[in-house]
Design a protein around this ligand. Sequence first.
Ligand SMILES: NC(=O)c1ccc[n+]([C@@H]2O[C@H](COP(=O)([O-])OP(=O)(O)OC[C@H]3O[C@@H](n4cnc5c(N)ncnc54)[C@H](OP(=O)(O)O)[C@@H]3O)[C@@H](O)[C@H]2O)c1
Length: 335
Amino acid sequence: MTYIPAETRYDKMTYRRCGKSGLKLPVISLGLWHNFGNITPFGVQQSLLRTAFDNGITHFDLANNYGPPYGEAERNFGMHMLRDWKPHRDELIISTKAGYDMWKGPYGDFGSRKYLIASLDQSLKRMNVDYVDIFYHHRPDPETPIEETAGALEQILRSGKALYVGVSNYNAEQTAAVVKALGDLKTHLLIHQPSYSMFNRWIEKPMGDTGSLEDVLRREGVGCICFAPLQNGLLTTKYLNGIPADSRAAHDPRYLKPDAITQEKMDKVRALNEIAKKRGQELSQMALAWVLRDEVVTSALIGASRPSQIIENVKALDAAPFTAEELAQIDAILG
Ligand SMILES: NC(=O)c1ccc[n+]([C@@H]2O[C@H](COP(=O)([O-])OP(=O)(O)OC[C@H]3O[C@@H](n4cnc5c(N)ncnc54)[C@H](OP(=O)(O)O)[C@@H]3O)[C@@H](O)[C@H]2O)c1
């Protein structure tokens, strides 16, 4: 059936400016890393995307190797593009990435000009789009000179195949270096995509003279979209009484292994959940509000296996802002 988006889609979502750019992103964005490969029915994928957009999520995040198998999430998204999204292309921010292993041989991995440009061309074909809004270098490359990677990103911008560029998984020093290399080419780094959650606070930690990644992003006016803000689902109540059969740890444990769900973590989740209850929120909502508590974070990039999770998660900022006391209690639990 033809998709007609909800008239109310912009009524409740908050949009934050991405660093010092002209672009705004929804505070909750949807990633297609899981649940868009060949192990998820097409209809489930379709309802996830439609529910997201109907609730103000204008940003879908992909990468060349999301699947399984590699490329499949982009291929599936390309089908959704033809069926649902072509008429709404200008209301969407679509991103993809290259930087991890994608194809055999020396040209399908890391950060060379050869890899990034060829990979984006492949991604555009799979996704049935003429351009992406954001193209990321997915991880730092210890061997390719940063000037070459930055030059490839700038070339991609000039070619019109991406409107903005970003990096992911770069530490504070690497980020400062790529900002400088792009600056030398009169290009601005729009955004960084780091992991960040209550259980994973590395972006707050200072790194020598450079400061923390957050310091660099603030200083340079670079936006931040943090991935896995629910720590793959651990920061919800779903694992408190064991591993449910329909959870990621049970049905797709590639990145969330059952042995990562320790008693110690569950004790913390239980204590955090008590604070969430007092705030009148679900734990998932509190975990998202927490990563968004400082506006250096533009957006929290969630995954979802069912539409109800998206509906729950977009209400993350409905509760009152954190008090200093609540933040101190959370810090004490996290240790
Ligand atoms: N740049 C990078 O290197 C990188 C790396 C990883 C991810 N990412 C990006 O970040 C996105 C999100 O990553 P992620 O999926 O790990 O994020 P996440 O939001 O931490 O975890 C999402 C999972 O948590 C569960 N969940 C979500 N909402 C829930 C709720 N309200 N109640 C209970 N369970 C809930 C679902 O798993 P169940 O299956 O258990 O329901 C869902 O698939 C990816 O799609 C990708 O775009 C980027």
